[in-house]
Design a protein around this ligand. Structure first.
Ligand code: AP5
Length: 220
């Protein structure tokens, strides 16, 4: 399956993607995680990405599309992938369509996670991620690590993302409404969008997502 996950910052995309990718046996491809890995390694791409991410702005399409394309072309993604955080505007969505058409492939569905802004703010404020791997995500109240400040998965140090400050989150939400939400209409026109509520326990949301994706698959 080839799936796009969309939703505001802090909706739980990364959290859900980890479970969904495992259930569906496809890789979880997060452009945010790819940028953060580059930042950790202090690559040129990482330095460039950080200058945009710290302001809550989108990293320019040219570098983002090239990075996403390169990741989607890796051998583990031949039979499908779950995209988290890409595409993030209509030109990225058009570029993805072109890439897929070129390979005679298509998307199977776009899963839209709906969460009220008040909840998003609470989720982001309490989020802590691992220095070793930003896909290891915790929350001080909703998913507290066994030992404060230490990753349950690998023992790495937990920290708060630089772009999780109140001011940057406000900017990220604005960017989501103006630049990312339009891709929902873009994909609705292709009949690909399923919207679910991302409120409730993590496993309840995963259950809802799996059911919605199964319905899409059966209808295809
Ligand atoms: P990115 O890393 O993609 O961030 P985002 O889209 O803003 O999403 P988040 O990672 O903040 O949230 P999430 O929805 O994954 O939530 P999570 O599962 O962590 O992008 C960061 C930046 O990179 C962008 O601003 C941009 O600069 C750049 N970038 C990335 N992609 C780009 C692109 N394509 N083009 C250009 N620029 C790009 O959950 C949040 C918290 O809530 C966690 O603590 C979690 O434990 C908790 N939680 C999750 N689910 C639940 C639940 N059901 N109940 C209670 N708590 C929950």
């Amino acid at each position: 399956m080839r799936i796009v996950l969309v939703g505001p910052p802090g909706a739980g995309k990364g959290t859900q993607a980890a479970f969904l990718a495992q259930n569906l046996s496809i890789p979880h491809i997060s452009t945010g995680d790819l940028f953060r890995a580059n930042i950790s390694k202090q690559t040129e791409l990482g330095k460039l990405a950080k200058s945009y991410m710290d302001k809550g702005e989108l990293v320019p399409d040219e570098v983002t599309i090239a990075m996403a394309k390169d990741r989607m072309e890796q051998p583990d993604a031949v039979n499908g992938f779950l995209l988290d955080g890409f595409p993030r505007n209509v030109s990225q969505a058009e570029a993805l369509d072109e890439m897929l058409q070129h390979e005679d492939m298509k998307l199977d569905g776009v899963l839209d996670l709906e969460v009220p802004e008040t909840e998003v703010v609470k989720r982001i404020a309490g989020r802590r991620i691992c220095r070793n791997d930003s896909a290891h995500v915790f929350h001080v109240s909703y998913k507290a690590p066994k030992q404060e400040g230490v990753c349950d998965v690998c023992g790495g140090e937990l920290y708060q993302r630089d772009d999780d400050s109140e001011e940057t989150v406000r900017k990220r939400l604005e960017v989501y409404h103006t630049q990312t939400e339009p891709i929902i209409d873009y994909y609705k026109a292709q009949g690909l969008v399923v919207t679910i509520s991302a409120l409730g326990k993590v496993e309840e949301v995963t259950g809802r997502a799996m059911e919605a994706l199964k319905r899409e698959d059966d209808a295809a």
